[in-house]
Design a protein around this ligand. Structure first.
Ligand code: BES
Ligand code: ZN
Length: 394
């Protein structure tokens, strides 16, 4: 029985070799990961210049252009099939570990039950404030020209977020996790009373209006300053009421999401290699563009089935007046994928999926501004953040 083991080892070595020996690896190239037409994961080295060209030509890509001549048609298909984002994961920093993933540790979740946590609906939900959310999105989208992770000012919004979190949970409970670029991830926590297990509520702190390396205006009010505002207010309300779970609650603000989930990959891989026990991760990415009469909470159903079903139950149990919608991304559209990819159950609740007709038409443009958003409806996402972490961390 030695052979099968040996052959899988050999296969692993061959995969590593093929990654390292790729012809276009030299120079300024990035290793991208994407899904092909059959849904299989592929990796490919692509010149940075080709990626810049593709990012700047959304909707009108010339597939015969010299700059993309060395790219496979599968990679071009993947990149051009998505709405406005890059359509791939940048795994350049992780090329030695792309094949060594922790298997998904599935969990069973007890049905959400508001009567077990009456303080949520009786007290906490009444403390949610639309004005408070507005003020946070105002600073993030207007006081910083861009939050682009490769811009010269990439670090400033992360430091502002760090400072805000320090004011909420205390500086001993806030850490920066550095990346290979000059924008760190920010992690804030409310320690649990008797468990090393972790529940995560997350959003991304960077923005883009096409090229995350440019100094151009990129307000990213909806994408994803809105998500960051939900993290702050959820944390604030928990702390104001002296809430502590038995599990630790962590708030993650990720850098470089728009470059291919860069910051969240760094964090999730670190947690996996440290053997951290994350029981559930919830990403909120674009929550405040709400053009319909009732607030719409969209659960993206691509990830762990048990957590996805539980999250839908959570919306129905706690926010019965709102519209529960489900949708799919079909690709690694936000940071929850980094967790799922590293073996942790993760889910996302957003205003819509990327292919829904209610998609914010301004996202990834200079018009993704605060005046297009509805904070009276965004408050429902704070309630979801509160219910999610309290139910999971109890
Ligand atoms: N916020 C978007 C993802 C999204 C779009 C969610 C529309 C819900 C509705 C995110 O910031 C993004 O742009 N993701 C990229 C992929 C990522 C790997 C850079 C995308 O969607 O192409
Ligand atoms: Zn986003």
């Amino acid at each position: 029985m030695l052979w099968p083991r040996f052959s899988s080892l050999l296969a692993l070595v061959l995969i590593f070799n093929s990654v390292h020996a790729a012809p276009s690896q030299s120079g300024d190239a990035r290793l991208i990961q994407f899904k092909d037409a059959s849904g299989d994961l592929q990796t490919e080295w692509v010149p940075q210049a080709a990626l810049n060209y593709l990012a700047g030509s959304r909707g009108s890509v010339d597939r015969t252009a010299d700059i993309v001549a060395d790219m496979s048609s599968a990679a071009l298909d993947a990149i051009t099939s998505v709405n406005r984002g890059p359509g791939f994961l940048d795994v350049t920093e992780f090329q030695n570990t792309v094949t060594e993933k922790r298997a998904l540790k599935k969990r069973a979740y007890a049905t959400p039950n508001p009567s077990n946590y009456p303080f949520l609906q009786d007290t906490y939900f009444n403390q949610v404030s639309a004005d408070g959310l507005y003020d946070i999105v105002d600073v993030l989208s207007n006081n910083f020209t861009t939050r682009g992770y490769h811009s010269s000012v990439a670090r400033a919004p992360a430091l502002w977020i760090q400072q805000q979190f320090e004011g909420i949970v205390g500086s001993a409970n806030v850490t920066l996790v550095e990346n290979s670029f000059n924008q760190p991830n920010v992690i804030a926590k409310i320690p649990g009373t008797n468990s090393s297990e972790i529940v995560i509520l997350a959003a991304h702190l960077d923005s883009t209006s096409g090229d995350p390396g440019s100094e151009n205006r990129a307000p990213g009010a909806d994408d994803d300053a809105s998500g960051i505002s939900i993290l702050f207010q959820t944390a604030q309300i928990l702390v104001a009421n002296g809430y502590q779970g038995s599990r630790t609650i962590e708030f993650h603000a990720y850098a470089g999401e728009e470059g291919g989930l860069l910051g969240s990959q760094t964090v999730a891989r670190q947690y996996a290699s440290d053997g951290a026990e994350v029981v559930a991760m919830l990403q909120m990415d674009m929550v405040a563009y709400q053009p319909s009469d009732k607030p719409v909470l969209t659960v993206l159903t691509d990830t762990d089935a048990a957590l996805v079903a539980w999250t839908q139950d959570l919306v129905t149990a706690y926010l019965s007046e709102d519209t529960l919608h489900t949708s799919t991304c079909g690709y690694a559209c936000s940071d929850h994928y980094s967790w799922e990819d590293n073996g942790y159950p993760a889910v996302s609740i957003d205003e819509s999926g990327p292919y829904d007709s209610s998609l914010n038409p301004y996202y990834h443009t200079m018009q993704d501004t605060i005046d297009h958003l509805d904070f009276d409806k965004a408050v429902e996402f704070v309630k979801m953040g509160l219910a999610f972490v309290v139910e999971q961390a109890a």
